[in-house]
Design a protein around this ligand. Sequence first.
Ligand code: PMP
Length: 320
Amino acid sequence: MPIPATPYIWFNGKLVPWEKATVHVLAHALHYGSSVFEGIRAYATPQGVAIFRLADHTRRLFESAKIYRIQIPFSADEINAACREAISANSLRNGAYLRPVAFRGYGEMGVVPKHEPPVDVAVAAWEWGRYLGKEEEAEGVDVCISSWQRMAPNTLPAMAKAGGNYLSSQLISMEAKRLGFAEGIALTTAGMVSEGGGENLFLVKDGVLLTPAVAHSVLSGITRNTVMQLARDMGLEVRETAVPRELLYLADEMFFTGTAVEVTPIRSIDRITIGDGRRGPVTDKIQQAFFGLFEGRTKDRWGWLDHVDMAGTARVATAR
Ligand code: PMP
């Protein structure tokens, strides 16, 4: 199903109608994977719509670009403003998913052409509800270990959220779905647990929260970081470490984190039941704290909520 169109997409500095935000078929990124992007959620909080950890996502966008020497022709403040504008211009009062993307565009052909292609930047926003249903959020999902490994260190950098990395994610997730699982978990080339096709992974063992360290070819997830901070706030011990595959089978609880999946329990892996085969007590507490941020139950001590001034909507409407 195509994503529901909103009236405007922010494209290279201005709002354009959704259907006009197009690129040439010879754009560099389409052929060589040279895009960097973000996935950000905005939530309808009791104080109005707020973008979750906008500054951190924008920072990661610039860091991904830095790795690939992509010069984003806008400042971080301008990208932040573009994200707010994409929400206000489209009147997304019920929350939204934001997709900023920067990529080598249409210019000379070639992997590294003599003249750098121009860098295009867009921010789209649309309404996107829960990625998984309420039921999965409570009951958990069934996953498998992928036969595809994650990129080896010093091949494709896992810390860059780059379009090309999602070829690996596609292989992992397509295989899992074909086999009847909700998602696949990849191991590193050294055989340690890495991450899901589009999610970071946590497990609870003897009351301690464990997650693969960034050295294990994982994206340094912003939800991962959020969960680590919330868990430490609750007095839980959190360890970023090397996780052997069999520790997953022996976990008391396991869950995914990510902007799309938020905090989703895992109830089985490779058809082996995890714990009681449903959301465990630690996962429950972490979900409560996480969703509490948006429902007003968890105090935002970190300044993670970036409130959007919806008055921007009226300005755009009258300008056109
Ligand atoms: N790993 C991968 C491969 C991802 O695509 C994502 C989603 N961006 C994550 C982890 C989770 O990151 P975040 O919490 O920042 O969305």
